[in-house]
Design a protein around this ligand. Structure first.
Ligand code: FMN
Length: 186
């Protein structure tokens, strides 16, 4: 089973990317975990110029990575109480055309980290809303890593036991959704 992980942060030392790496450790061994690295290359979406054209390679690569995955795990920072613009821009590209976009019916989960107290809960809520509008199957479960600089050890391990349990529950819910969908006749 393949899980694609997408960080909403482009920062090399991102806590959200660390959170995805912590999730990688918690998945069972049969999960093929792939951290997507190409969001920064996605150009600004322009419906007038771009929508009718062949998609840029960066967009085609992102769409196909999602299409090949059984599930997608997002970790988002909060920028000004919502999703970072680069992540929303990538989602706008992915969403076209709406009826056949590669996130449609895809099991997805959302987690998040912030340096403040609340763990990007507003951004996570906004991201769930956007993903649902695009047609993804958004699983229950929230992991809000507040005070992120204090939560990871030097190896990037999530130290807080309760957060690790919440993360494990969210990942289990994501895998359960993949298995439930596999039982639905095509
Ligand atoms: C433009 C900008 C806006 C931010 N707005 C918020 C915010 O609304 N709420 C919050 O908790 N943190 C906010 N932060 C702080 C982020 O939580 C912090 O930079 C975090 O480390 C970003 O995630 P990353 O480590 O994955 O890059 C903001 C940071 C930036 C750069």
């Amino acid at each position: 089973m393949k899980v694609l992980a997408i960080s909403g942060s482009l920062r090399p030392d991102s806590y959200n990317t660390k959170l995805l790496r912590a999730a990688e450790e918690l998945f069972p061994p049969e999960v093929d975990f792939v951290l997507y690295q190409g969001v920064k290359a996605v150009p600004p979406y322009d419906e007038g110029d771009d929508d009718a054209q062949v998609a840029p390679m960066s967009v085609a690569a992102l769409r196909s990575a999602i299409g090949e995955a059984d599930a997608v795990l997002f970790a988002t920072p909060e920028y000004n109480a919502s999703i970072p613009g680069s992540l929303k821009n990538a989602l706008d590209w992915i969403s076209r055309p709406l009826a056949t976009n590669t996130l449609r019916n895809k099991p997805v989960a959302v987690v998040g980290a912030s340096t403040g107290a609340f763990g990007a809960v507003w951004a996570q809520a906004d991201l769930r809303k956007v993903l649902a509008a695009i047609g993804a199957r958004v699983v229950e479960g929230e992991v809000a890593v507040g005070h992120a600089p204090t939560r990871f050890d030097e190896n990037g391990r999530l130290e807080d036991e309760s957060l690790r349990e919440q993360l494990q529950e969210t990942l289990d819910a994501l895998l359960a959704e993949v298995e439930a969908r596999a039982l639905v006749p095509a």
